[in-house]
Design a protein around this ligand. Sequence first.
Ligand code: A5P
Length: 224
Amino acid sequence: MDSKKIAAEKAATYVQDGMLVGLGTGSTVFFATQKLGEMVKQGLKIRTVSSSIQSEKIAAELNIPTLQFAKIRGIDIYIDGADEIDKNHYLIKGGGGALLREKILAFNSKRFIVIADESKMVDTLGKFPLPVEIVDFALEFTVANLRKSGAEVKIRQKNGSNYISDNGNLVADCLFNSIPDPKSLNEELHKIPGVVETGIFLNSMVSQVVIGYKDGKIKEMTVR
Ligand code: A5P
């Protein structure tokens, strides 16, 4: 059984008629979007806003109504994956490069449901390199300051060039190995001029975590 699919389809059951739904980015939320596509076909009335151009395209192909990001004021439910989830439900996100839009959606949603397979659960964040969106024109200054914070920094590449986010920025993948205090690190990184957003998502943004297991079981944790 696909553990990502199990978690994603469970999250889709929380979507109801009339909701404005935030759709994340990645291979886990892909299954939730597919499920919502089936539900829309059967008559579910929702509107969606996506955390990436890629996700918006997938939703549109499934005939799920999509809205422009800039026009949205509030979201009922936001469904998205994560790269790591620690025991206190802090997250690393942005492996797919969509962290800025993802954080705006998570922050502005009544309910944020994180979906993942069991491999994403960790005691302490940091083995997954933390994605940090940075401005292009101050690249060297910003990378030097990220290194001072203790990270091994690599500028994300795609097809032999720097990866450019949907917002026209670069992504610095910062390997810390261990992030025992995600809240403090997030504050420290935000003090660096040139940092647009970090992939640390505070647990105060998370409503619920749904984990899918290989044996078909689901674990749901209510965070707030
Ligand atoms: C996208 O930028 C990310 O935050 C994803 O939500 C995260 O990388 C999880 O992706 P998968 O569901 O593909 O593991």
